[in-house]
Ligand binder design. Structure first.
Ligand SMILES: NC(=O)c1ccc[n+]([C@@H]2O[C@H](COP(=O)([O-])OP(=O)(O)OC[C@H]3O[C@@H](n4cnc5c(N)ncnc54)[C@H](O)[C@@H]3O)[C@@H](O)[C@H]2O)c1
Length: 333
């Protein structure tokens, strides 16, 4: 298939482009570069050993999208473009709704005009909100607790209604858990602007000395060691999840939801300890008070993806830390 990746130079998009291309699909990348750099294109090309097509464009520009979909003869779209920082979504709700919800409406409109009906949407486990039970399965009630999560849920609802409006639509919403790690080459990885929000990039930057120490938000949760636990998923496993999802949805219609997670969770201290092993560095840390809104623990039930997509994770916490460390060293070199 000829697949357009919106947000294609971002963290997950760049890794997904490599997996799709390596599996024989043709990829076209689109990004407005608000949270990624143009040199990612050359890095992807280096890994793949071939040229790829890139458009600098905004997903809210419906006319530009229609032109790209038609000129490039696109068969399917993976929609990753969006703003993703939960904390920032409280401060800039208009930007978040305009980009995440508005951008998705624009994309769906362009696809309708251009006759493209296959879509994979980057959703998030944040749509579930506080757990009524664990692990979260796809039937768990959705009740997001922040503007970012509400954006994701609203787009899922739009796509559900779209698929109901006509049998032609083939849509999957992938609810990612906590993507970490990097491509094994060390050429691409997560490249957050400013001070990162997520644990793994902070740990990596503490290891290189760019940040002085790791703040641990609470060690009195009811978890194995008192620190918060998350379902970390290697970004290359996630990329393979997109490959299986797009190949599956191309043969099915309707709107479908899949958790993409490992089905298990690791604590902050487990991750830090594994990172220390991978890097040979000591990570200075300080325990401070809990952060409002943080959950003690959550993880996916990933059986549906296994059953229908024949996908499951194959990389462990050690792979996640080693690849992150390789990327972190490489990008400082
Ligand atoms: N990384 C995570 O922890 C995580 C978890 C769950 C879901 N997601 C979702 O996955 C998607 C990709 O996340 P990521 O981690 O790769 O983030 P990222 O910021 O690295 O990538 C997103 C890309 O979208 C681009 N972009 C943003 N707004 C745009 C617009 N209006 N038009 C065109 N391009 C635009 C950015 O420049 C960036 O390159 C996002 O939709 C995010 O919400 C991410």
């Amino acid at each position: 298939m000829r697949i357009l990746l919106t947000g294609g130079t971002g963290y997950i998009g760049s890794h997904t482009a490599i997996t799709l291309s390596s599996a024989g699909h043709e990829v076209v990348l689109l990004d407005n570069l608000c949270n990624s750099q143009i040199d990612v294109v050359a890095r992807i090309e280096k890994i793949l050993g071939k040229k790829i097509v890139f458009y600098q464009a905004d997903v809210r520009d419906t006319d530009a999208l229609i032109a790209i979909l038609q000129t490039e003869k696109i068969d399917a779209v993976i929609h990753l473009a969006g703003l993703k920082a939960v904390g920032e979504s409280w401060q800039k709700p208009i930007d978040y709704y305009a980009c995440n919800v508005g951008g998705s409406i624009s994309l769906a409109s362009a696809m309708k005009v251009a006759g493209v009906r296959i879509l994979v949407f980057s959703s998030s486990a944040t749509v579930y909100g506080d757990p009524k039970y664990l692990p979260y399965d796809e039937e768990h009630p959705t009740s997001p607790t922040n503007p970012y999560g509400r954006n994701k849920l609203q787009v899922e609802q739009l796509l559900h209604d779209l698929a109901n409006s006509s049998d032609e639509w083939c849509i999957t919403c992938l609810r990612y858990f906590n993507p970490v790690g990097a491509h094994e080459s060390g050429l691409i990885g997560e490249n957050p602007n400013g001070i990162p929000n997520n644990l793994m990039p902070v740990v990596a930057q503490v290891a290189t000395g760019r940040l002085p120490l790791l703040n641990i938000y609470g060690n009195d949760y009811e978890t194995i060691d008192g620190t918060g636990m998350r379902d970390y998923i290697h970004v290359m496993d996630l990329a393979e999840g997109h490959l299986t999802a797009i190949e599956w949805i191309a043969k099915n219609n309707g709107c479908h939801y899949f958790n993409l997670g490992s089905g298990t969770s690791h604590s902050v201290l487990e991750l830090v300890s594994e990172f220390e092993k991978a890097s040979g560095k000591t990570i200075p840390r300080k325990v401070i008070s809990r952060r409002e809104g943080d959950l003690p623990n959550y993880y996916a039930q990933a059986d549906k993806a296994l059953r229908l997509l024949h996908w499951k994770t194959s990389r462990n916490l050690s792979d996640m830390c080693e690849s992150t460390w390789r990327w972190e060293q490489q990008r400082l070199a």
